[in-house]
Write a new protein. Structure first.
Length: 449
């Protein structure tokens, strides 16, 4: 089988599993980030609320005690680790109305977390009232080192968990994606190597009924339908070729005999038309039997003789042929090679005799040329017809592709025959107008013969 159907190489960065794993990773980072931020602020809110309640409780207790300032002066050291200080309505500290553990320091007149020398404090404010009249403020501070440490720990822990989850998301997502997409990868690899002439089953069974399984099943069904359709088409073509074979053989023999006995142009034209129909029938039979895969009976022969034999079939057409003076030995099937050259020559002759799509009126011309280039024998057929549409150049050798009203088989046969001989067939448009078809065939290695 030809190497035309190779598995496409997909770079890992473009693989579906990689994109899915990256999507999982980004989603994990986003979700863990959102959850981490929410958790951090939730923990911080709970701790701050606890400190607010604690300072408020101490403030209310102090308010009850400082309702009688004389009694309060006797209990300055009662609260130990709790710091407090009283301010008047002007915001100035009231002398001696502060906790003894505060020493000569003054509490900042703020609410919330603050630092005082080497202390981390949470300060709360309560109105100082005597007989229901506000005469100042009571500032209470409690140790807030636990809040600050918990904040730092929560930030480090949540950040670490988010990073760890993100780092694990890619390999886990890639592994899970690879396992889920494995059937699709196998199907793609096997489908890339399916022989279009004989599309067999991919051989994938027991798949899970998910999207991948449905897709692979649909591909299997498509291959089955293509194979069934090809079998029907081949059978039909074989029947047509078989039915045409006998009458065409009789017809061509009679017309050949008639053309050899008379120089009547009508007889010669009828003979050539009959040969064209017979060769099209041969192409159909070849298509039906082996999807244009010819069986070769190789012989060592002179390429000039094959070219000359085809050229002699078109003596009544505007064809000239050019061959080198020396032999060009090739290993080829003479029948198949003549068939390929004949198909190209016939197309060229038709192009210059049946169509005139250019504005120039010039004599029809077809050149069949054989030459040597390196270790290759080059057979070129050049005409001055309308040429090939640029959009058709890429597809002109495909089966059943034709815009000229033909069957679309002849050029496909030509390329298959050329490649079966280790060569190739190509098509070009001449810059001076018209088309050129080229057959490349390797020369025989006479040292090995």
């Amino acid at each position: 089988m030809s190497n035309a159907f190779l598995q496409p190489q997909v770079r890992p960065i473009h693989a579906l599993r990689t994109r899915l794993a990256l999507a999982y990773t980004v989603l994990t980072l986003f979700l863990t980030g959102i959850l981490g931020i929410a958790s951090y602020f939730g923990i911080n809110f709970a701790l701050e609320r606890h400190l607010k309640e604690e300072t408020a409780s101490y403030g209310q207790n102090l308010q009850a005690r400082f309702d009688n300032p004389i009694n309060a002066l006797q209990e300055k050291a009662f609260y130990g680790e709790v710091y407090y200080q009283l301010h008047d309505l002007d915001g100035q500290p009231v002398a001696q109305f502060h906790s003894s553990n505060l020493g000569n320091l003054q509490l900042p007149t703020v609410n919330g977390l603050t630092h005082l020398e080497n202390r981390v404090l949470w300060i709360g404010k309560t109105n100082w009232t005597i007989r229901s009249r506000v005469i100042g403020s009571i500032y209470v501070a409690v140790d807030a080192r636990e809040l600050e440490q918990t904040r730092k720990f929560a930030l480090v822990a949540l950040t670490g968990l988010a990073l760890l989850a993100t780092l694990l998301a890619f390999p886990l997502g890639y592994t899970i994606g690879a396992r889920g997409l494995k059937p699709l990868e196998l199907a793609a690899a096997r489908a890339a190597n399916v022989d279009p002439s004989n599309p067999q089953s991919l051989g994938l069974t027991g798949l899970v009924g998910d999207e991948v399984g449905v897709l692979v099943g649909a591909l299997e069904g498509t291959l089955t339908r293509i194979r069934d359709r090809q079998q029907i088409e081949r059978g039909t073509l074989a029947e047509i070729a078989h039915e045409l074979g006998t009458p065409l053989t009789v017809l061509t023999a009679q017309l050949e005999n008639l053309a050899s006995q008379t120089a009547n142009p009508l007889a010669i034209s009828a003979r050539d038309a009959a040969w064209d129909i017979a060769r099209t029938s041969e192409d159909l039979l070849l298509l039906a039997r082996g999807e244009l895969e010819p069986t070769l009976d190789l012989h060592l022969l002179d390429a000039r003789e094959v070219v000359r034999a085809v050229a002699l079939e078109y003596q009544q057409s505007p064809l000239e042929f050019v061959v080198p003076p020396n032999r060009l030995e090739i290993s080829a099937d003479p029948v198949r090679l003549r068939q390929a050259i004949r198909n190209l020559t016939r197309n060229a002759v038709r192009a210059v005799t049946n169509t005139r799509e250019t504005c120039e009126f010039r004599p029809a011309s077809v050149q069949l040329k054989l030459e040597q280039q390196g270790q290759k024998a080059i057979i070129s057929i050049t005409d001055n017809g309308p040429g090939i549409r640029p959009e058709d150049l890429e597809f002109i050798f495909e089966r059943f592709y034709s815009r000229a009203g033909g069957s679309g088989i002849g050029l496909a046969v030509v390329r298959r025959i050329a490649r079966a001989h280790g060569g190739d067939a190509r098509a070009f448009n001449n810059h001076t107008g018209g088309a050129m078809f080229v057959l490349e065939l390797p020369l025989a290695d006479l040292e090995l013969e």
